[in-house]
Design a protein around this ligand. Structure first.
Ligand code: HEM
Length: 202
């Protein structure tokens, strides 16, 4: 528990980017070096690495609402650092996919380009406003609306990406979609708990 509290946010972001880059390098090594197959693997593996970090950040608040205390409270307190670490990991996915597309002529569908592109705009907006100054500037309500909408957009992109892999990669799609489904259930349960408490207090 103390290590989770001890590591600073910049260190966590840096470490995550480093691990994501090592995973990208592994993708190339697995396919014999600097080639199109390696570039595709690097893009896949970096998105796969970023996914659980996203789910952790996205479900931190719900988990702490349902079971306050212990590591759940630490997770909630470090949610901003975890969210920024996701942005860093997915930043490496951006690098990997740009190499795959620009240098090795990978041809993502129009849906991926526009949907994924919009996703990156949302990731950038969340990362740029993950600070107290932005919360004050935007106001807590607007800030929360932006982050709720952006995180939901990213969750939908992951869901669509993995639903699209259900047929050819069930070993990958089923656990990832189950994890995303669990996060949605946790958020719904937390929302209902808060509402019940509000009604009881009213
Ligand atoms: C312009 C934006 C984007 C482009 C061009 C793009 C392109 C790619 C490419 C080329 C791959 C490898 C495909 C393969 O070899 O099977 C990939 C995989 C993937 N991308 Fe992206 N991507 C973009 C944005 C995003 C965003 C914003 C997300 C999530 C929020 C995302 C999630 C994924 C996932 C989940 C995979 C599959 C990973 C796996 O196999 O486990 N991508 N993307």
């Amino acid at each position: 528990m103390t290590s989770a509290r001890a590591i600073s946010t910049p260190a966590l972001i840096g470490l995550t980017a480093l691990v994501a880059s090592a995973i990208a390098a592994y993708g190339y090594a697995e396919f014999g070096g600097w080639n199109a197959e390696g570039a595709g693997a690097a893009a896949r593996y970096t998105a796969r690495f970023a996914f659980p970090i996203f789910v952790l950040a996205w479900s931190a608040s719900a988990t702490a609402t349902l079971w306050p205390g212990s590591w759940r409270s630490v997770l909630l307190r470090r949610r901003r650092a975890i969210g920024l670490s996701f942005a860093a990991a997915h930043g490496v996915h951006l690098g990997a996919l740009l190499i795959a597309v620009l240098l090795f002529a990978a041809q993502p569908s129009t849906k991926t380009v526009y949907g994924g592109g919009f996703g990156y705009v949302m990731i950038a907006l969340m990362a740029l406003t993950s600070n107290d100054w932005s919360v004050r500037k935007l106001g807590p309500r607007n800030w929360k609306a932006l982050h709720t909408f952006s995180a939901l957009t990213i969750a939908v992109i992951f869901a669509v990406s993995y639903l699209g892999r259900l047929e050819d990669k069930p070993w990958l799609a089923i656990p990832t979609l189950s994890l995303l489904g669990l996060a949605v259930l946790l958020k719904l349960a937390a929302w209902m708990k808060k509402r019940t408490l509000r009604v009881a207090a009213a």
